[in-house]
Design a protein around this ligand. Structure first.
Ligand code: NAP
Length: 283
């Protein structure tokens, strides 16, 4: 990728917010235990994380994803983003806490409200871009479990502390239930077409779709040949996808991911992605 190349933006549902088609995921900024990545042993230093942010800014990435459950990712971002003029759109979460060895979940109104306040403090901003319920996979399919959490999110949005609200879900049913109230859903496409249908329907409803785990959390052999290009092509062939949030601490990987996403969206726009995938399958 040349230094002139920029990552294009897409609208996040009907929110009026334009986000880069690649976002930076920051689990590895704050946490190395209890994660499924291959070979993670240390978190980047401030200098390394700062250089990654510089590279992301040069690529015109404006989407960054964090969570209270990602160790000290929020605190570090608060420190590292301070003083920058780049218009970062910060997505964080609420409902899951990480104590250094295990996660706990609380989707009560008071817990989610308190979590939003702490995220504002840690990230050192007056307004968060988006807060998503950090689902455990169970509460999202229980009819009442998110009721208090949704009240807290809606109040934060009305009071100007959060621009968009939603959920990071783990299931088709959880996504469908969130259609009733969410501005944004974070989903993993996974191996079945079900989540592709979620994205397509979300687009019709004006709900923004962010993808997580686009690169199978780094298990590239599970994706197959040309994994980065193929994963991005799969992602951007799906109607309704705004952005793929990819976790990386490596500047070369970040550039490669952006290049693949730009190539994928170009090919999808030209109707070439099916041909290329077919060619590779037959090769
Ligand atoms: P991912 O983006 O699919 O994969 C990240 C892994 O892939 C990292 O180990 C990274 O290692 C590696 N990688 C990235 N680019 C690469 C490249 N070009 N070549 C080789 N390896 C590459 O998985 P993820 O981080 O789990 O998910 C993405 C983001 O989604 C997270 O960071 C987080 O922000 C969000 N997320 C949300 C939830 C939720 O429940 N809300 C759950 C999971 C993730 P390097 O550091 O070496 O590049």
């Amino acid at each position: 990728m040349t230094s002139q190349t920029i990552v294009p933006k897409r609208m996040l549902g009907k929110s009026g917010i334009a986000l880069s088609i690649v976002g930076l995921g920051t689990v590895k900024f704050g946490r190395v235990t209890g994660v499924k990545y291959p070979g993670v042993s240390s978190i980047p230093t401030d200098a390394e994380a700062g250089a990654l942010l510089d590279a992301a800014e040069r690529l015109e990435i404006n989407l960054i994803d964090t969570a209270p459950a990602y160790g000290d990712s929020e605190e570090r971002l608060g420190r590292l983003l301070q003083g920058r003029t780049h218009p970062w759109f910060i997505v964080t979460k609420a409902g899951e806490a990480w104590d250094g060895s295990s996660s706990s979940f609380d989707f009560s109104e008071s817990a989610v409200s308190g979590s939003i306040d702490r995220s504002l403090d840690r990230l050192r901003v007056a307004e968060l871009g988006c807060v998503l319920l950090h689902s455990d996979g169970h509460a999202e399919v229980e009819p009442e479990a998110f009721r208090g959490a949704i009240r807290a999110l809606a109040r934060a949005k009305t009071s100007g502390r959060v621009r968009a609200i939603g959920a990071s879900v783990k299931s088709f049913e959880g996504a469908i239930r969130a259609f009733e109230w969410a501005d944004v859903l974070m989903i993993e496409l996974g191996g079945t077409p079900a989540m592709e249908l979620v994205s397509e329907r979300a687009a019709q409803l004006g709900i923004g779709i962010l993808l997580k785990k686009t690169l199978a959390s780094g298990h590239l052999d599970a994706i197959g040949p040309s994994p980065i290009v193929n994963a991005m092509t799969r992602a951007f062939r799906v109607p309704g996808v705004c952005s793929a949030i990819v976790g990386t601490t490596n500047i070369a990987h970040l550039r490669e991911n952006c290049e693949a996403a730009v190539q994928a969206t170009d090919e999808v726009a030209k109707g070439l992605s099916g041909e290329r995938a077919g060619t590779e399958k037959g090769a």
